[in-house]
Design a protein around this ligand. Structure first.
Ligand code: NOJ
Length: 549
């Protein structure tokens, strides 16, 4: 029964175990702390937790430099703590997906150590080597300004090795069948421990063959990964990180929807920020159209901010400069020549625009992904290097260290100064305030889940004849929802033609102001600056029918 595609109507919450909740007072968040916060998360209404890497790691890239795929970093607890956490999440109906970082390992991984020190080791061919310095050794860096090359000389191996990311992250030779078998073993291991899928890191690079100068993508790799996954666990999913152009999306999803189930919609994300910066929705509407047609099993993941910089690399230079000027004007707010290293609340700076942004994210076609701390409007710390600025510990209360830990020193400093400090922004205070960001977010999560049309349905962008107002209608199984967002600071008068019979009444799902079609058959709506509306088309007492395909 196709209704069982749980990810189509999920709300995903991403977190880092190390910065979420410290239970033993050593300054580092851990699985036991996370387990104790599961009631908070299920109360918020999210349905799936995405855990960022928590495996043993020298931790030079926030855990994305794994040195053992089959364990838990001792700083976060034990494998036993993980299993206990997985069990408790299951009790609350929460699904778990975990990062699968197999484009590269840490240079401290025993495989790399063996590979570099012994040419005859079976692990030698698990990595990508070149006897000579490749001509393109200074091309294709992901972290320009910090990373200086993609091929580095290894004194022990006396050869050059390829690393798409930092120098300490040698790329695995994924084209080697033994590496693929090992990737499957890793997937099988975590599936057996109860996870419902993977956030697959750096997908375009995993499937790329790495011969110097030649970069060909082997999409069939994704089909094989999917086959393995689904044989193992029928309802497990892969959520891919692939910041690619719209024309390439379908290759990653597969024409039949037989590769990745979900992908982050980076293209729409960047145009959403442009719309917020410019007050003009036209390029966002265009981005939505260009990422529209998907096979039935495929789904977009919508997001605003994540644990990395806000990547604006897909915008034109003019568009990017406008976003910079509005949301990240100072050089220390920008990163890698393409992005902004701030959290959303300080970027937007005011509650109405913040609500507009999240209402938009919840209503974009697809499945929303929240980042921990977003629900309370947490800020950033620009004194920390690179992307650590947006990775500070969760602010639970006004107690020392924001209630995150009883230690004097924490994994990253808790924000304790200025308007974003924990004594001003924290869960406890917001829990008591009905108008807080936390309670607003909780209501939006509920609303989103009650509108499965958004996750499942077909959508149409309706004409508003106003460049600052985006109206999207979603239809699924005889029910329809309409959302409207005004990106301008000023109120707008709009007239909307729903284009179908039985749409004389629009029932407002947030406040009691419904709309009746006027004599001209249109809905005339005045929408305030940064305003948003969620309407059900027709009456409120709808029932979504189940259907067999
Ligand atoms: C993408 C992750 O989101 C990022 O944080 C990491 O640095 C790179 N992949 C390398 O794993």
């Amino acid at each position: 029964m196709i209704d069982d595609l749980w990810y189509k109507n999920a709300v995903i919450y991403s977190l880092n175990v190390g910065t979420f909740m410290d239970s033993n007072g050593d300054g580092v968040g851990d699985f036991e702390g996370l387990s104790r916060r599961l009631d908070y998360l299920s109360g918020l209404g999210v349905t799936c937790l995405w855990l960022q890497p928590f495996q043993p790691s020298p931790n030079r890239d926030n855990g994305y430099d794994v040195s053992d795929y089959y364990g838990v970093d001792p700083r976060f607890g034990t494998l036993g703590d993980f299993v206990d956490f997985a069990h408790q999440a299951k009790q609350r109906g929460l699904k778990i997906i975990v990062d699968l970082v197999v484009n590269h390992t840490s240079d401290q991984h025993p495989w790399f150590k063996a590979a570099r020190s012994d040419k005859k080791s079976k692990y030698r061919d698990w990595y990508v080597w070149s006897k000579k310095r490749p001509r393109d050794y200074k091309k294709g860096m992901i972290f320009p300004g910090v990373q200086h090359e993609t091929w580095s000389y290894d004194k022990v191996a006396r050869e050059w090795y390829f690393h798409r990311f930092y120098q300490f992250q040698p790329d695995l030779n994924t084209q080697n069948p033994a590496v693929f078998t090992e990737i499957q073993r890793i997937m099988g291991f975590w599936l057996e421990l109860g996870v419902s899928g993977f956030r697959l890191d750096a997908v375009p690079f995993i499937i790329e063959s790495r011969h110097p100068g030649k970069h060909i993508r082997h999409y069939a790799y994704l089909t094989e990964m999917r086959d393995f996954l689904q044989w193992h666990e029928g309802d497990a999913i892969i959520l891919g990180e692939a910041n690619v152009l719209p024309g390439e999306n379908l290759e990653f999803f597969g024409d039949e929807g037989d590769r990745m189930h979900m992908m982050f919609n980076f293209f729409v994300n960047q145009h959403a920020f442009y719309a917020m910066a410019s007050g003009d929705i036209r390029s966002l509407a265009n981005a939505l159209k260009r990422t529209e047609a998907l096979p039935v099993y495929a789904q977009w993941a919508s997001f605003l901010r994540n644990h990395d910089e806000l990547d604006l690399g897909r915008l034109t230079r003019e568009q990017r400069n406008l976003v910079y000027s509005k949301f990240g004007p100072k050089p220390n707010m920008q990163l890698y020549g393409r992005g902004i290293r701030r959290r959303l609340a300080p970027m937007l700076g005011n509650r109405p625009q913040l609500e507009l942004a999240y209402s938009l994210m919840f209503s974009l076609p697809g499945t929303p992904v929240l980042r921990y701390g977003d629900e309370i409007g947490m800020g950033d710390n620009l004194r920390l290097r690179e992307r650590s600025s947006v990775r500070t510990p969760m602010q639970w209360s006004e107690e020392p260290q924001g209630g995150f830990s009883t230690a004097r020193k924490t994994i990253l400093p808790v924000i304790d100064k200025g308007v974003w400090a924990y004594d001003r922004i924290n869960v406890e205070a917001q829990r008591r305030d009905p108008n807080s960001m936390l309670n607003w977010t909780e209501r939006m999560v509920r609303l989103r889940k009650e509108c499965p049309e958004l996750g499942w349905g077909k959508y149409t962008i309706l004409q508003t004849h106003t460049p600052s107002v985006l109206a999207i209608r979603y239809d699924w199984r005889g029910n329809s929802v309409l959302t409207i967002h005004n990106f301008a600071e000023k109120p707008q008068n709009i007239a909307i033609d729903m284009g179908t019979p039985n749409s004389g009444r629009l029932s407002n799902l947030i406040v009691g102001e419904h709309s009746e079609a006027q004599a001209d058959g249109k809905h005339h709506i005045v929408i305030e600056g940064y305003g948003y509306r969620w309407y059900r088309v027709g009456g409120l007492s709808h029932i979504l029918k189940r259907e067999k395909y």
